[in-house]
Design a protein around this ligand. Sequence first.
Ligand SMILES: [Ca+2]
Length: 498
Amino acid sequence: MKKVLYICMALLMLSGCKETDFPVPTALYVGDNTTFNVSANGETREIEVKTTANLILTADEAAWAAISYDDATHLLTVKAERNNSPSERATMVTLAAPDRALTLTIAQSGQPALNMQVVGCTTNMEWSSGAGYNETKSYDGSASTYTFTATKPASGIYELTYELKKDERVQLAGVNLVPQASAGSGTFGLVSIAVSTADNPTNFRTLVTDYDCKQVGTPTFIPFEESIANAHSVRISVPASSTKGGNNFRLAEIEFKGIASIESTEKFFIVLSSSATFTQDGSSTEVGVVTNSASITAQATDDWCSVVIDGSFVKLSAGANAGHMRRTNVTITGSDGGTATLSVAQFGSADQKLTAGSVTASSEEAASNEGGKGGPVSFTIDNNPDTYWHSAWASPAPKPHWANFVLDNAASLDFMRYYPRQPNGGNGNFGEIEVWIKTSADADLVKAMDYNCGMKTTMSEIVLPKSYTNVEQVKVVVNTGTGGHASCSELEFYGTKK
Ligand SMILES: [Ca+2]
């Protein structure tokens, strides 16, 4: 910088100019940041301008923001309406003095997006390979499964019509289309979207025409210009000629995004998560709050969890934890009523793996199964990721399957890790489970929690709702599992040892 200054001064001297020949610039300053954020729920924000001149205001014509400037008070006032979309938006403001101008950005975050559920889907496609690639694969919650058809419909247009679960609290605001990441043949290009409402479910109104998703392997969110109350069904139309290769259709997942309804006079207060978990090294997370309250506040019970409100989001963060798992609660309160409590936990570097000395199960396969790798429930505690428990194939005990572990040295139990069979999971991956615990103070097992492992192929970290002391037994009841079975490579228990 200094070098530049010297060169400038040298140039001034060479040209014979004196510094006083240049006009003294008007002071015009709002701070180091020229972007100002307003809440998704709308607010009036005043920005103080430090200036020595009368200013001329020019603002982009954004219907959602009324912007004015008062020369007497030097206050720029932004009155922002509620943003009824999950998408962010921004508008520009210019403040001009006679000799210079300052451009500011007024940015408004979108409403936290609510997921709307699909109850069914009809289509004009004939799927290849039977049910493995049918329409249900586009709304099973997994981006690793996908629809695929190898034939073109007679009309030349692939159509999928999804019926949404009725939810008067939510207005449909857009559609997120998730392609298969590899963007193989059939990845969609041009997408049109039509919506019907509950008062006339068969009458579809087109909201989006030929939105170009560009046949890429990354998701495309298509926002609607207006959000739709009482949405009944959504029809997606894709010309075959616009898909990759032109002869197939492939879709990994479709997500219907909504925002809290504003038609109702009732107050909404919806928190998008009921829990948060931090790593032992510290981390942060955001929890969206959908509300038609004017504002929200939030407070943690303990200082180690810091809480900041940013528009319609609660930002939680924690530093490193050298102890064992710690827990706190965060209470979120709407200015117009409503409260919600989040359970927050953080793993600690002092968390210890406990020892399960023995385990019994509702049924088990013989140890000779799958080359000695699959079978007995003792394989869940042998510290060998290659061996696994599998419920009995032939004449199994009545469902649900269960496994009951005896812990040897648990002064406290805070969380568990469930590892599905390796390498890629398979039959028996845990879905919905119940965890039952017996401490030395209990006569028998007591239900601690429900948890959904999602039948996924990767590890599930199951954080208990509280720290249990002197734990003697833990019983896992497997209510759903892939293929109706139960299997487990390892179940690990963490807390503090006696
Ligand atoms: Ca094992």
